[in-house]
Design a protein around this ligand. Structure first.
Ligand code: UD1
Length: 416
């Protein structure tokens, strides 16, 4: 189990090139199974979740290799339909293999996926849609067994625009006879990216960027070369770190539009932000509270940026109120921030953050991916030394975190 040692109190200043998006790469890796051939995916970050997805593909009989930031997946020889629990446990996105396996083989057997503990994370909406397409999905003990002779097109209205359910149903719909209409689909940019990849493979999907997707099923999909979109959550994390440390950062290789809800909040907090087509610069000399910060589906403020923003607000002037509407237990980072001197009270889905003049170093334990990132941000801003343990959480989603921060003047090192 890894740990970071951080000497805080220095502004973060410099340039960070943003990596490819974890939340886009993982569903795209699952989607390669729906094609028969070789897929070449560029801009794939070296993070442990990528390794987990590759292990699943290999376990299913695919051939994979990494060449720097490029992953090559040959799904021609895929034959397996079961994913062992030990692989399912490694990440939440493992559940997207369900739709891919049903599309490719008409059957799948897997257990509940792992990933960050953020409260209950059911998959009832995924199953609702798959059943409407004709799949039989039954739990056998801890395992979910799904089978279908021939998937059929359906009209599916999701009660909530779940990102994971939208991805799973998109993949299954590719194998349906006829058209599937997915209403109230998620509109996150990662969905557009998945559709971009599938289109490159020969799929026909209308409605990209909207909440109604029409999937014309039954097309034979081939392999393709595709570049994964930039990681808006990695970018949001570094912006919050720059604000928290009153620094000056330039992020390159991003899509500024994807970050609009986060940059609008930081602008309201007094940060100076300028942007061009693929870059964004932030300068912060004084930070004031932003309230409310309410998480909701895209294009609203993303749940993944809630914890990093809270770490920044911990030393802002004034009181900010956070409302987490997506997950029921996503304030697990709060006790760690409090032990660093933050004044935060959280109850159920609301947290009140009273900005303090300074934080102090402490030894804390990362609770989850973004919560761990929030602790890193707080430690960078804090006076003195902090140690953050269980950094395997942050390694699941941030490529070269330590190198990127060091290049911008942070004193951070990895300890065992
Ligand atoms: C969510 C985020 C996504 C983020 C990811 C990782 C939203 C809308 N989604 O995606 O942006 O990148 O976490 O942190 O912000 N739900 C059900 N039944 C289901 C599926 C979901 O009740 O079958 C509920 C969940 O419990 C949760 C909400 O819907 O309360 C959002 O779920 P969903 O969008 O599916 O989550 P992720 O795909 O993990």
């Amino acid at each position: 189990m890894g740990a970071y040692q951080i000497q805080g109190g220095r502004p973060l200043c410099g340039v960070i090139p943003i990596h490819g998006a974890k939340n886009s790469m993982l569903p795209i890796l699952a989607a390669t199974l729906v094609t028969k051939g070789e897929c070449v995916l560029h801009n794939c970050p070296c993070i442990s979740d990528a390794d987990a997805a590759l292990s699943i593909l290999q376990n299913l009989g695919c051939r994979t290799r990494r060449e720097g930031q490029t992953l090559v997946v040959d799904t021609y020889s895929a034959c397996g339909t079961e994913i062992p629990a030990v692989l399912m446990q490694k990440m939440r996105a493992a559940v997207i293999f369900l739709g891919a396996l049903l599309a490719r083989f008409g059957q799948a057997r897997l257990s509940h996926p792992g990933g960050c503990c953020l409260g209950s994370r059911p998959i009832d909406l995924h199953l609702l849609g798959l059943r409407l397409m004709g799949a039989e999905c039954e739990y056998e003990g801890e395992e979910l067994a799904c089978t279908v002779k021939k998937l059929r097109g359906a009209t599916i209205a999701l009660p909530f625009p779940s990102v994971g359910a939208t991805e799973n149903l998109l993949l299954a719909a590719l194998a349906c006879a006829g058209e599937t209409i997915l209403c109230n689909a998620a509109r996150e940019p990662e969905i557009d990216d998945l559709i971009g990849f599938l289109t490159a493979c020969g799929a026909e999907i209308d409605g990209v960027g909207t909440s109604v997707l029409r999937i014309h099923g039954g097309k034979r999909l081939h392999g393709a070369e595709y570049t994964v979109m930039p990681d808006r959550m990695e970018a949001a994390t570094y912006l919050c770190a720059a604000a928290a440390t009153r620094g000056e950062l330039r992020l390159t290789g991003i899509v500024p539009e994807h970050l609009r809800a986060v940059t609008e909040a930081l602008l309201r907090g007094g940060c100076e932000i300028s942007q061009s087509m693929r870059e964004l610069s932030l300068r912060c000399s004084d930070l004031c509270a932003v309230s409310p910060v309410r998480t909701a589906p895209y294009p609203a403020f993303p749940t993944d940026a809630q914890a990093p923003m809270m770490a920044a607000m911990a030393t802002a002037r004034g009181v900010s109120i956070f409302e987490e509407t997506i997950f029921s237990d996503r304030f697990r980072h709060v006790p760690a921030l409090v032990s660093m001197g933050a004044k935060i009270t959280a109850a159920k889905r609301c947290a009140v953050v009273e900005g303090v003049p300074a934080l102090h170093g402490a030894t804390v334990t990362a609770t989850d991916l973004r919560g761990g990132a929030a602790m890193v941000i707080a430690a960078l801003a804090a006076e003195g030394e902090s140690v953050i343990t269980q950094t395997e959480h942050t390694e699941r989603g941030y490529a070269e975190l330590v190198q990127c921060l060091r290049a911008c003047g942070a004193r951070i090192s990895i300890t065992e």
